[in-house]
Design a protein around this ligand. Sequence first.
Ligand SMILES: [Fe+2]
Ligand SMILES: [Fe+2]
Length: 145
Amino acid sequence: MGYVDWSEKYTVHDPVMDGHHQEIFRIINDLHSAALARHGKDMLGLTLAKLIEYIQSHFTAEETVMRSHAYPGYPAHKAAHEKLMRKVHEFDHAFRHSTEVAAPEVFAFLVKEWLFNHILGMDMDYAPYLARRHALAKDTLVFSV
Ligand SMILES: [Fe+2]
Ligand SMILES: [Fe+2]
């Protein structure tokens, strides 16, 4: 068991997005273990950078999917992503400019809280919308055959 474990309750019923969320959980676990093992700041910095980069690329991918499905909640969702990214960059800046190497533990906790709230809240909201669109697309395909 990791520090955070993905389970069915986090599914947004989209295999690509679920895969991204699972990878984020995995990197949070890496960061948390590295912080507990008191890895050096360089090593922690690398895992932190990897996490930040992955979160950013996931947000971009999610926004692309929402836009391509004309999801009405897109503007608010994008704004929430931007707010989260600002918090992430603020932490990253503080980490890089301090001598406190235990801080990534705090960050792992914060990211876990932010992402859990975000996935279980806003990400869940797009799930039924996307599922309906997928079903509609399938129906159209069957109809046109
Ligand atoms: Fe997400
Ligand atoms: Fe999201």
